[in-house]
Design a protein around this ligand. Structure first.
Ligand code: PLP
Length: 395
């Protein structure tokens, strides 16, 4: 409670070094140190948090499904005494991950069936998703790609880079390539640059993007050198992934600032999660803080039907209600598009509150954000004669 009050007056907080008081700034600010010192074991969690029975059981389960890993930077955002902490719910496994809900799927977005080449998902006509690694800085418990990510699940990702580049060269309709994984920003600068350079050598590819949670989990990775490299491959955009306002720390804000200063337009993709951000006030605080970081809220995803995520999923109505609480009440730039990635491979489908009360061949009847009713004609009105108009003017 007191922390919440602090957060609302000081909107960006540094939680460093937190549980790692003995670590000096040189190590702390080095992303390789963050990566090497992630919390990945039950003992690592228990030495810093009071785990619940559900969490302890969840960690044992995680070993065969989706690995446990949390960077020290992100770990410090967890409230040690609060088992319902919204940060903790995202990265600390729980027993419920072992539950089998009737709607659950291993590959909810049907990606495996849309891969012409291993590691390349070609679902939409003019753009592709390129999975360049199976590793992340930390693992989100609701990961839509948990079947292949983190190296402990039943499937493995075997991206064939040469085949993928050949496919992209041959398919001149592809103008947009989205690097994801795993997280592309875990690659070294030189490995990542090799990929970007190769993509830029393909004339019909206009637009490059990186989807990454690294700026949030490990802001230390966003070095000036990385930014200098990335800015050579413009137009390059980036989608980050923030779900709760607490994730926007001083370090994250500064990392996002370095990316924005490198001319990289930033968007955010949130996932609607029970007990994390399924609340209009939290969402409002999140989208406002994102704008302060020069990040445009892009998508709000209904949580995919990924196996073991039923305890984190909400109703679709909750998402619609949240969008409705934002639209008209705050800056249009702050409002993400709510989408459902259609189960089985239909792609992203927008889901909106309905503002159309009635619509026929003559008119559309609208409701505004306050619930007031307005009418707009569907057909152009019959023109008024000049004679008539001049009469009106002289009146
Ligand atoms: C999300 C996604 C994209 C990008 O979609 P946009 O709506 O353009 O951001 C491309 N390919 C796949 C397979 C995706 O899931």
């Amino acid at each position: 409670m007191s922390d919440f009050h602090f957060a609302s007056t000081e909107r960006f907080i540094s939680h460093a070094p937190g549980h790692w008081p003995e670590v000096g700034p040189d190590s702390w600010n080095d992303w390789r140190w963050q990566q090497k010192n992630r919390v990945t074991t039950l003992a690592g969690l228990e030495s810093r948090l009071n785990l619940t029975t559900e969490e302890r059981a969840g960690v044992l389960l995680a070993g065969s499904k989706l690995a446990l890993a949390v960077t020290p930077h992100y770990f410090n955002l967890i409230e040690p005494e609060n088992p319902d902490c919204p940060i903790r719910r995202q990265v600390v496994p729980r027993m419920e991950e072992g539950w089998d809900s009737p709607h659950d799927m291993a590959d909810p977005c049907g990606e495996d069936a849309a891969m012409p080449v291993p590691g390349l998902v070609h679902r939409y006509p003019d753009r592709v998703l390129f999975l360049v690694t199976d590793r992340c800085a930390s693992y989100c418990r609701y990961c839509t790609r948990s079947r292949v990510v983190s190296g402990v699940g039943e499937q493995e990702l075997h991206t064939d880079f040469e085949e993928a580049f050949r496919y992209l060269e041959k398919h001149t309709e592809i103008r947009d390539v989205l690097l994801s994984g795993g997280d592309a920003l875990l690659l070294s600068d030189s490995k990542l640059e090799g990929i970007l350079k190769r993509l830029r050598s393909i004339r019909h590819i206009e637009f490059l993007r990186i989807g990454s949670r690294v700026p949030i989990f490990m802001p230390q990775r966003i070095t000036p050198e990385l930014c200098t490299m990335l800015r050579q491959y413009h137009p390059l955009w980036m989608s980050v992934h923030v779900n709760h306002p607490r994730e926007l720390t001083v370090e994250v804000r500064d990392a996002l600032g370095r990316l924005a200063d490198a001319g990289i337009p930033l968007g955010n993709q949130s996932v609607l999660l029970a007990g994390v951000n399924d609340n209009a006030a939290i969402m409002r605080e999140l989208v406002h803080k994102l704008l302060l970081c020069r990040v445009r809220p892009y998508y709000l995803y209904q949580c995919d039907l990924i196996r073991g995520s039923s305890h984190l999923r909400t109703s679709v109505s909750k998402g619609i209600e949240i969008i409705e609480s934002l639209r008209g009440h705050t800056s249009g730039y702050a409002i993400p598009q709510f989408v459902i990635d259609a189960p089985g491979g239909g792609g992203k489908v927008p889901v909106n509150p309905s503002y159309v009360v009635y619509h026929d061949q003559e008119k559309i009847v609208l409701r505004n954000f306050e619930g007031r009713i307005f009418e707009y004609p569907e057909l152009p009105a019959h023109p008024v004669s000049n004679h008539h108009e001049s009469e009106l003017v002289t009146v």
